[in-house]
Write a protein that binds this ligand. Structure first.
Ligand code: DON
Length: 305
């Protein structure tokens, strides 16, 4: 498949389309990003790399980090214990919604919305000696890249303004589903969201989910096949909040978005792909990012459906 030729076609098409949206401003540091950035990178499971635009520039991956948190939780906690505390159903609600939590007595709908990721972070805080460092080491390991790091400014900016997440974690703690100190868990959660990565680095990290849980560099297994299948299934059904159906409908791949404007998707046994454009639609997903991936699966015929 001529992926580079296809990416070039996608770049041209995107430039000719009117793809509106607003940069996230509720995290003040994110409001400073140039809204016109656009990059895309595809890594195939045989190690080929294809890209265009600002694909080498790092940006705030935000909620995309929730996938790595879940993967690390699979390695550090017995699986049944995770599912006693978080469900695996699509929420149909915004990523930061509190409404279901009261009805469902502090059990978040899934690990890829904020409430679920906070519970996963609590699990990691309970099991890891130095969660911040060990989480970073884990991401660096699956990325095959030791230079990936947190962005302290972004983390600090969200820590100062994270009223909604603070309300949420306190509500969950009220239902007995947070074991550790809420500020400690929140701090760790904001750090994970602040990871700064490029499209290239994201595609190279997520290729493990297209490669049945094995690292591309040496084919060493990090995640079991069952865990990899489950992560992909949860990305498919829950990766885009109240737009998960729309993403499945238009793109047809498991994926995850972040309010920094990044989206990653994988086509099992074939490739992972990351796209970045900071202008978000009203659901908090990158407008151009969704369109780019829709074009990719249409042109290549590589949707899982
Ligand atoms: O907790 C938050 O609100 C952000 N750190 C992450 C939200 C996010 O990326 C949702 N994605 N579309």
């Amino acid at each position: 498949m001529d992926y580079q030729g296809i990416l070039n076609v996608i770049e041209d098409k995107l430039k000719g389309e009117k793809l509106d949206g607003e940069v996230a401003t509720y995290i003040p540091e994110l409001a400073k990003v140039n809204p016109d950035k656009l990059g895309m990178h595809l890594t195939s499971v045989i190690g080929e790399e294809f890209h265009f635009g600002d694909s080498e520039e790092r940006f705030s991956i935000q909620s995309i980090s929730k996938v790595m948190s879940l993967a690390l939780a699979f390695i550090t906690e017995e699986e049944e214990k995770i599912w006693e505390r978080v469900d695996v159903e699509p929420s149909g609600d915004p990523f930061n919604s509190l409404v279901q939590l009261e009805h469902e007595r502090g059990i978040p709908r899934n690990p890829l919305i904020n409430s679920g990721a906070l519970v996963i972070c609590d699990i990691l805080v309970s099991h890891l000696k130095n969660p911040k460092q060990e989480y970073l080491d884990f991401v660096r390991k699956i990325a095959g890249n030791t230079t990936i790091d947190y962005n302290e400014k972004v983390a600090k900016s969200e820590k100062a303004e994270g009223y909604n997440n603070r309300a949420m974690i306190n509500l969950i703690k009220g239902y007995g589903n947070i074991d550790n100190d809420v500020e400690e868990v929140l701090d760790f959660y904001f750090d994970t969201c602040s990871l700064s990565m490029s499209c290239r680095e994201l595609a190279q990290t997520f290729v493990i989910f297209a490669n049945q849980g094995k690292l591309l560099q040496n084919q060493k297994r990090v995640l079991s096949e069952v865990h990899t299948k489950r992560i992909n299934a949860i990305m498919q059904t829950c990766g885009f909040y109240d737009e998960a159906g729309e993403f499945s409908f238009r793109v047809g791949l498991p994926g995850k978005s972040g309010v920094g404007g990044g989206i990653v998707a994988i086509y099992p046994n074939m490739y992972s792909v990351a796209v970045w454009s900071p202008k978000l639609n009203e659901k908090g997903n990158s407008t151009a990012g969704m369109r780019a991936l829709e074009l990719l699966t249409e042109i290549t015929g590589s949707s899982i459906f």
